[in-house]
Design a protein around this ligand. Structure first.
Ligand code: F3S
Ligand code: F3S
Length: 109
């Protein structure tokens, strides 16, 4: 399974957390939804591999705590998605395809 690249159409924006949009449905702590818009991370897929944090040339991602989530207790939040230069490295390196980046999708909160 991979992040749904059409989440904007298929998911409802429920609000904002850690500076980015939250796309539901969510049911914390087990179900956290997709975070971010231009740079989107499916928190329910993220296993805290960390490659996206290491490789992003402009430091878009920051760790956030997600205690009691079944996959991992920290997640890569696209806090600085407005700085993304669309290099797509994060999309390529994530081992669970949790990230989708679309230059045509504006960040929104
Ligand atoms: Fe960084 Fe990914 Fe954008 S690596 S520059 S957030 S495409
Ligand atoms: Fe998570 Fe993938 Fe990054 S597993 S920490 S989104 S490389």
């Amino acid at each position: 399974m991979a992040i749904d690249p059409n989440f904007e159409e298929n998911c409802e924006m429920e609000g904002e957390e850690h500076g980015v949009a939250v796309w539901g449905p969510t049911d914390p702590p087990e179900t956290l939804g997709i975070r971010g818009t231009h740079v989107a991370v499916d928190f329910d897929l993220c296993i805290a591999d960390g490659a996206c944090l290491e490789d992003c040339p402009v430091d878009v991602f920051e760790w956030v705590d997600t205690p009691d989530h079944p996959e991992s207790e920290i997640k890569a939040n696209p806090t600085h998605e407005d700085q993304c230069i669309d290099c797509m490295l994060c999309v390529d390196v994530c081992p669970v395809d949790a990230i989708d980046v679309d230059p045509g999708r504006a960040g929104r909160i």
